[in-house]
Design a protein around this ligand. Structure first.
Ligand code: CO
Length: 175
C-alpha cells in the first residue's frame, strides 16, 4: 500500500504565513510524514512541497533534484531543518508557480546557486551545493518554512493583477 495523499492548504490559510518549527525527533512518525509528502507531491505533479502546505508545522520539504525545467529523470529528495549557508551573487529569473496558489504564475529572481546544510529523514547531517532549477526549487520551498510565498517577490503591477485570483483561491480552504 502506498503512502496516503495529504490535503493541500491554499493561499489565505494562516499556516502558510508562519515560521515552521524544527523537526526534533527523527523517528517513524517523521518518516511517515516524508513518505506522505512525497506521495502528495507526485499526486499533485509538483516539483516541490513544504510541510506547511499540507498543514504541518515542521521544517521539512520534499523536492525534485531537477537539472533543468521539465527534467523527467529528477530524483526526489527529503530535506529536514535546512539552513542556507551561502547564496551566489548571480541570479536568474524564472516564472514560478505554487501548489498552494493554483493558476497563478509570476517571474521571480533568485540566486543561481546555494549551499545548504540539512538533515535527512534519519537525522544524518549533509551539505549540498545546488544550482539552477534545483537551487530554485529549494529556495522556494525553504521560503515556505519561513512563511514566505513566491508572490511576495512579484512587482507591484503583477501583485495588483493577481489580486482577484488570490481572493478566489483563499475560498478553496473552506471547500
Ligand atoms: Co510553493
Amino acid at each position: 500500500m502506498g503512502a496516503s495523499v495529504l490535503k493541500l492548504r491554499f493561499y489565505g490559510d494562516p499556516i502558510l504565513r508562519r515560521r515552521a518549527n524544527e523537526a526534533r525527533a527523527f523517528d517513524d512518525a517523521l518518516r511517515d510524514v516524508a513518505d506522505a509528502m512525497l506521495a502528495t507531491m507526485e499526486h499533485e505533479e509538483g516539483v516541490g512541497l513544504a510541510a506547511p502546505q499540507v498543514g504541518l508545522d515542521l521544517r521539512l520539504l520534499v523536492a525534485l533534484a531537477m537539472k533543468e525545467p521539465g527534467d523527467e529523470e529528477a530524483e526526489p529528495v527529503v530535506i529536514v531543518n535546512p539552513e542556507v549557508l551561502a547564496r551566489s551573487r548571480d541570479s536568474w529569473v524564472y516564472e514560478e508557480g505554487c501548489l498552494s496558489i493554483p493558476g497563478v504564475r509570476g517571474d521571480v529572481t533568485r540566486p543561481e546557486r546555494i549551499t545548504l546544510r540539512y538533515h535527512d529523514v534519519d537525522g544524518a547531517e549533509h551539505t549540498l551545493e545546488a544550482e539552477g532549477m534545483f537551487a530554485r526549487i529549494l529556495q522556494h520551498e525553504i521560503d515556505h518554512l519561513d512563511g514566505k510565498l513566491f508572490i511576495d517577490y512579484l512587482s507591484t503591477a503583477d501583485k495588483t493583477l493577481i489580486k482577484p485570483k488570490l481572493r478566489a483561491i483563499a475560498k478553496l480552504n473552506h471547500e
